[in-house]
Design a protein. Structure first.
Length: 307
């Protein structure tokens, strides 16, 4: 019988943790597989770690890692994958937004249909603010146009993968991790299961609009260099316009002889070009700051306690 390692990143989830474990056991009772649980406490400030300890007393299949501070879900998933020993590896949110009832079907896709990975995407965004859905859609449209790596709209981190695929993911040791891209970048045959959005059982989402926006910029920087080309394209375009204008005003002055009037026009042009230049330097800065962070080669997470 194969072992499935279930990785559960948790950040301030004292309420959801026991609910998750009970629901999980109930819904996967009939499965033909052994389980190993790796709960990752991502520097919670509530009693999440205590909950892990209690669960471990109840069930020896439970392992946990506790970070020295909050490193983010990406780091938590990475730590879980490093600790996992199973033949298959599943990643699940603790808030039950990733229904454990899908796992039997996922296992079947890998064992019987020969896929390396079964991933899930939600087809609805019910219960989410409209404006957030709008920006999310726009993000997926932009990134898929400018990146060679396919980023699937609505893809969740909930997936079941083979050991081989996880070993490949672990070879990507970048510090700014964008898993939606990494899962797709490593390749392998992925089957997509679709389901309706489920609302979380307890607690609140950790993502503010601002943090999602920054995360989406990270994603674009990590999986596309297209923004860098924007600066060159804009530069060439403006040189061309300037060249045509020079000829136009030169000829106009030769024929009619009147000087070019327009102080306001000059100010507008100076401000406009200044803005574009800063924008392009900003893009460069984004890539440079990421390069800077990666060259420091800091660890992706720091463990305080592990069982
Ligand atoms: N999470 C984490 N570290 C963080 C933020 C979130 O480990 O810094 C975990 C969180 O406990 C949950 C999962 O990541 O298990 C998904 O988080 P959340 O439900 O807040 O995100 P959403 O489902 O709203 O996208
Ligand atoms: Mg959630």
């Amino acid at each position: 019988m194969k072992t499935i390692s279930v990785i559960v990143p948790c950040y301030n989830e004292e309420e959801s943790t026991p609910l998750f474990f009970d629901a999980f056991l109930k819904e996967t009772a009939g499965m033909n597989a052994e389980f190993e649980f790796i709960f990752v406490d991502d520097g919670s400030s509530d009693k999440t770690l205590e909950q892990f300890r209690l669960l471990r007393e109840r069930d020896s299949r439970i392992h946990y890692i506790s970070f020295s501070r909050n490193f983010g879900k990406e780091s938590a998933m990475f730590a879980g994958m490093e600790a996992a020993k199973g033949d298959y590896i599943a990643i699940m949110d603790v808030d039950l937004q990733d229904p454990p009832s899908l796992l039997p079907a996922m296992l079947q896709c890998i064992e019987q249909e020969g896929f390396d990975c079964v991933a899930t995407r939600r087809v609805t965004r019910k219960g989410e603010p409209k404006i957030r859905s709008f920006f999310a859609r726009m993000f997926y449209r932009i990134i898929n146009r400018i990146s060679k790596t396919e980023i699937v709209d609505g893809a969740r981190d909930f997936r079941l993968m083979t050991r081989q695929m996880v070993d490949s993911i672990l070879r990507l040791r970048e510090v700014s991790r964008f898993s939606k891209g990494i899962f797709s970048w490593v390749g392998y045959q992925t089957k997509w299961l679709e389901y309706e959005n489920v609302e979380r059982v307890a607690g609140e989402t950790k993502w503010s609009f601002w943090s999602l926006l920054l995360y989406s910029i990270d994603g674009i920087i990590a999986f596309s260099t297209a923004p860098l080309a924007i600066a060159s394209v804009i530069g060439v375009l403006f040189c061309l316009i300037a060249f045509l204008l020079i000829i136009f005003f030169f000829v106009k002055t030769l024929i009619w002889g009147d000087p070019v009037a327009g102080f306001p026009a000059t100010i507008c042009i100076v401000l406009f070009l200044g803005g574009i230049q800063l924008f392009c330097i900003g893009i460069l800065g984004q890539y440079m700051s990421k390069t800077f962070l990666e060259t420091k080669n800091r660890p992706i997470y720091i463990t305080k306690e592990q069982r």
